[in-house]
Write a protein that binds this ligand. Structure first.
Ligand SMILES: C=CC1=C(C)c2cc3[nH]c(cc4nc(cc5[nH]c(cc1n2)c(C)c5CCC(=O)O)C(CCC(=O)O)=C4C)c(C)c3C=C
Ligand SMILES: [Fe+2]
Ligand SMILES: [Fe+2]
Length: 351
């Protein structure tokens, strides 16, 4: 049942100097944020996206001047073509957009419907590219939100992702005279509703495909090992999600493993690497493999291409027989309900 905003101060109840724009207050903005994705798969769109992403010092912790040189000389002339091939293989041709964009919109709409309250305004944004955090912040304030709760759609905290979203949010706030009050939702890697939604998605997928896997790999995006050594809690969060999911599915270490994918650059990243594990499993008699990607709130190039296409090719080339990927939680009702629970819990003190 939709409720009215508690107080909406307008020019009639709150006289303002002549020419001052009307002031609306009293609503709560709910801003969900994912990583971002290219607008198109042409060279310049890919390059723009990669440049913004890879210029973030939370993502690449090298000396900024040295990295700028490497990025411009050795990465941006080549990487856009390589990435574009991957994106073309999974592009949503019906809407002519990246799947991550389609799914983020669906999540925003699903959450707005689930919350169904006139005091709340739901928006979705991307850390890199569009729709940006700044654009959405302006829209929320224009709609009378003087309190904003943000939810970075990364269940496991990492400085490379969650902190980067928060950095950008506060960078945007630095430009504003009248800042809203802010709450940021904590990482939810061990939330019972998240684990239950993941476990249900695995069980559903096994029932649909009709074969029992010899091994379930829980593949998370990697980060450089050096970041973990310096104290990033991401690895621990992934391990805890993995253990809770394994327990929820009643599996043990012989048929469930946590692995890390998406290595970028020559340095060491978190191990074990997903592709190396996929190569090794058939020789150990594990020829039926299922992969779930609990760290990704939405299917994206990393799950649809790197796991479902490249991962399958690798596994089959090394003697695998059955391979399948569990879809991410996306806009499934279990996921929307879990996001709704996180938001309601965080804003309960504001209502
Ligand atoms: C040093 C580089 C990278 C770090 C560190 C990193 C961390 C990280 N990323 C995600 C989630 C996603 N990454 C995605 C794509 C992607 N990631 C990197 C590099 C790093 N990521 C690149 C260069 C790309 C682009 C694709 C490519 O060229 O390979 C995506 C998908 C976006 C999409 O459009 O579909 C997601 C999601 C996490 C969770 C994470 C650290 C925990
Ligand atoms: Fe990434
Ligand atoms: Fe990748």
């Amino acid at each position: 049942m939709a409720k009215s905003p508690p107080s909406l101060a307008t020019t009639s109840s709150n006289p303002l100097p002549a020419g001052h724009p009307p002031v609306k207050i009293g609503r709560i903005g709910v801003l969900i944020v994912n990583l971002g994705t290219p607008q198109s798969t042409d060279y310049w769109s890919m390059r723009r996206y990669l440049k913004e992403f890879l210029s973030d010092q939370r993502v690449i912790e090298l000396n900024p001047l040295v990295w700028k040189l490497i990025l411009n000389l050795f990465i941006l002339p080549f990487r856009p073509q390589k990435s574009a091939r991957a994106y073309r293989a999974i592009w949503n041709r019906e809407c002519d957009e990246s799947p991550l964009l389609t799914l983020s919109r669906a999540q925003g709409e699903g959450l707005a419907k689930a919350l169904d309250d006139d005091r709340l305004v739901v928006a979705w944004a991307m850390r890199y590219g569009h729709p940006s955090i700044g654009e959405k912040l302006t829209q929320l304030q224009d709609q009378g939100c003087d309190r904003i709760v943000t939810l970075a759609l990364y269940p496991q905290y990492s400085a490379t992702t969650t902190a980067s979203v928060h950095d950008q949010l506060f960078r945007e706030l630095m430009k504003r005279r009248w800042q809203p009050a802010i709450r940021t939702i904590p990482p939810y890697y061990d939330h019972p509703a998240y684990i239950a939604a993941l476990a249900a998605s695995v069980r559903r997928h096994i029932a649909e495909q009709g074969w029992q896997p010899d091994m379930l790999l829980a593949s998370f995006h990697g980060i450089p090992k050096a970041y973990f050594d310096k104290g990033d809690p991401y690895h621990c969060h992934c391990q805890k999600t993995g253990r809770l999911l394994r327990e929820a599915l009643d599996l043990d270490e012989t048929n469930f493993q946590v692995t890390f994918q998406s290595r970028f650059g020559p340095k060491e990243w978190l191990e074990p690497y997903t592709d190396e594990r996929l190569k090794a499993l058939p020789a150990k008699g594990m020829k039926k493999v299922l992969v779930v990607a609990p760290g990704f709130a939405s299917d994206c190039v990393e799950t649809l291409e790197e796991l479902a296409i490249e991962g399958r090719d690798i596994f089959m080339a090394f003697g695998g027989e059955h391979f399948s990927c569990v879809p991410c939680l996306n806009d499934h009702p279990d996921h929307i309900e879990m996001l709704e629970t996180l938001v309601r819990n965080e804003i309960s003190g504001w209502l």
